[in-house]
Structures are given as structure tokens and as C-alpha cells.
Design a protein around this ligand. Structure first.
Ligand code: TPP
Ligand code: MG
Length: 334
């Protein structure tokens, strides 16, 4: 990967720095939480996204704050990119009162409408119809807001994905379907669940634009996502963007990922965006000191947030029904 080859004139030094900052924050968050779980410091669970950092970095740069995002259990990196404060993310993962959902949702249920994060879901494929609904609302409101939903390769085998993309294409909705194809669904390699080579080919079946991009290249991914977002915002309808990537950790914290063949792992390590992107930035004229400073700042921000979260109280028992039912709905027990 070289930045000049893939970036063209669009990528100013400021934008390249933003991409790397987001990637470093996402990687630092993932690594810190995973290490904390491994050594018994935190009793919680995450679904690691280490290796997939280029995609949310691209997404964060391509979206406006009021654009909507729907993501999954493996979406902590997406939350970072959409601007959810680290304390709110970590607070939710560790179940304390400073979490985005006041510590009552956990890793799988982070939402932060102020930053456009409308839902995080643990039900594979279920984000797609929700995003289609959000996009329909924007279209009906006459808003130029775009909705992006991200999900895995496995999610594209679900009924909700196929029903959702069909409606979005039929109604020409302002939505981007962003598949983070990490080549595995839990422990199953993608070639055992799909008879087509590219997830993006599924777009043809519903009459929608579809593109496959190197999801380990943040610049290429940014350009593809930006084109899709611009198309949606201009009334050109939905796009399916498939960003091909890899996850280096197991499906969940604790999964040792023995099912990943050694040679595949070695090959993918060569393409780790946290290795290849800084190398490309150096070639493009960044200094090692500049890159080190970005990484150190990201790690310090994560560490500060962890400290703030662990000293915050657990959710108050009096809040147990708050934010669970609609305002004004009174639940009584006999
Ligand atoms: C409807 C549904 N079916 C099955 C599961 C169990 N499950 C959890 S994650 C997962 C794999 C999903 O793979 P993919 O969509 O590729 O996302 P990734 O985890 O790789 O990000 C499965 C089958 C679930 N949570 N929901
Ligand atoms: Mg997957």
C-alpha cells in the first residue's frame, strides 16, 4: 500500500492523520480491554476487532456527526470512529454508570444518538432492517442525513439482510451497507457459507451498486465509503460496500482461534493495517516521531478513560427501569 497510489488529491495530511488517529485509538482500546480481561482485571466480554481498524477509520472520516450508524457486538471500533467518548464506550463494556447506556447495556448494546449511534446489536443481520427504517425516516423527513449499517460476512446470509437490502434498493433509500468481511463467521470460514466470491455481488440481485475494496487499506476504503455516502446523500440510493479484512483475535475474548490455519494467519499479519499504514505514511513523508506521538496519545487517552471508568459507581438499582420503557409508561407489579 502506498498513500499516493491510493489516495490521490483527496487525502490531505490532516485527513491521513485523522485516519491514523482513529486506527490507533481503536487498536489501543481493543488491546487494553482484551489484556484487562486476560489478566482478570475486568469481568466482561468483548468481541475483538483487532485487525479491522482501517474500516471504521474510513467510515468516521466519510460521515457527518448527524449521520446515523447501526453496528454490531464487534463494533467498539465503529463507536470510536463515530465519536462516542471513550469513557462512554468503556463504561458500558465494564458496566458502570458512566457508560453510554448508563452501564445497563453492556458491550452489545451501546447507543449514543448524540453522535448518531442508534443501535448496536448482538442479533446477526438485525441491524440491516433497522438502518433501512432510519433511512426511510430521513427520506420522508426530507433530511439529507445518511445511514450506515455495518455487519459481518456471515450476516449477509440472513433473511433480514436480503429483505432489508431489497427494500432499500426498491425505495432508493439513503443508506450504505458496509460489510466488514473478516473471512470468518464465528469459527466458520466464509467459503463454507457462500458460493459466490464476493459479498458485494449480492448487490446485483436487488439492483443496487456494489463494490469490493481492500478493507486493510484505510485510504481505499475511505474513497469507496465516501463515494457511497455521497451517492446516498445526493439521492442516488443505496450501495453495498464490502471491505475485506481480517480479525487477529478470536471471535470473543477467550476464544483461542485454533481454527485459523497458521499460514493464513502469517499471510494476514503481512497485511495488518496497523503495520502497513504507518509504513505507507512514512513513505509519504510523515516522520517516525509524528507517528509515535499519535500512537502514544491514543494509548494515553484509553488509559485515562479506563481509570475514569473503574472509579465510577455501578448503575443505581433505582434506575433499573429507566430507559427500558417509553416515557410515561408505568409498569406495576402485583
Ligand atoms: C440471528 C443470529 N444467529 C446466530 C447468532 C450467533 N452468532 C453470533 S456472531 C455469529 C457470526 C457472525 O459472523 P459475521 O456476520 O461474519 O460477523 P463477525 O462476527 O465476523 O464480525 C453468529 C453466528 C446470532 N448472534 N444471531
Ligand atoms: Mg465475519
Amino acid at each position: 500500500m502506498t498513500v499516493t497510489e491510493t489516495g490521490g488529491a483527496e487525502l490531505t495530511k490532516g485527513r491521513l492523520t485523522t485516519l491514523y488517529e482513529t486506527m490507533c485509538k481503536a487498536a489501543a482500546l481493543d488491546t487494553r480491554l482484551l489484556n484487562g480481561i486476560k489478566r482478570g482485571e475486568f469481568a466482561t466480554v468483548i468481541w475483538p476487532s483487532r485487525g479491522q481498524e482501517a474500516i471504521p477509520a474510513a467510515l468516521g472520516l466519510a460521515l457527518r456527526r448527524d449521520d446515523r450508524l447501526v453496528t454490531t457486538y464487534r463494533g467498539l471500533h465503529d463507536h470510536v470512529a463515530k465519536g462516542v467518548p471513550l469513557t462512554e464506550i468503556i463504561g458500558e463494556v465494564l458496566g458502570t454508570s458512566v457508560g453510554a447506556s448508563r452501564g445497563k447495556g453492556g458491550t452489545m448494546h451501546i447507543s449514543d444518538p448524540a453522535h448518531g449511534v442508534m443501535m448496536t446489536t448482538g442479533i446477526v443481520g438485525s441491524g440491516v432492517p433497522v438502518a433501512v427504517g432510519l433511512a426511510l425516516a430521513a427520506q420522508k423527513d426530507g433530511s439529507d442525513r445518511v445511514t450506515v449499517v455495518t455487519f459481518g460476512d456471515g450476516a449477509t446470509n440472513t433473511g433480514s439482510f436480503h429483505e432489508g437490502v431489497n427494500l432499500a434498493a426498491t425505495w432508493n433509500l439513503p443508506v450504505v451497507f458496509l460489510c466488514q468481511n473478516n473471512l470468518y463467521a464465528e469459527m466458520t470460514p466464509v467459503e463454507e457459507t457462500m458460493a459466490i466470491p464476493h459479498v458485494a455481488d449480492r448487490a446485483k440481485g436487488v439492483g443496487m451498486a456494489g463494490v469490493t475494496v481492500d478493507g486493510n487499506d484505510p485510504v481505499a476504503t475511505y474513497l469507496a465509503v465516501k463515494e457511497a455516502v455521497d451517492r446516498a446523500r445526493a439521492g442516488g440510493g443505496p450501495t453495498l460496500v464490502e471491505a475485506v479484512t481480517f480479525r487477529f483475535e478470536g471471535h470473543y475474548a477467550g476464544d483461542t482461534a485454533k481454527y485459523i490455519p497458521r499460514d493464513q494467519l502469517a499471510e494476514m499479519r503481512e497485511r495488518d493495517p496497523m503495520v502497513t499504514f504507518p509504513r505507507a505514511l512514512l513513505e509519504a513523508g510523515f516522520t517516525q516521531d509524528e507517528l509515535d506521538a499519535v500512537k502514544a496519545a491514543a494509548e494515553a487517552a484509553v488509559e485515562d478513560a479506563v481509570k475514569a471508568v473503574v472509579s465510577a459507581p455501578a448503575p443505581d438499582i433505582a434506575e433499573i427501569q429507566l430507559d427500558v420503557y417509553a416515557d410515561g409508561l408505568v409498569v406495576t407489579h402485583d
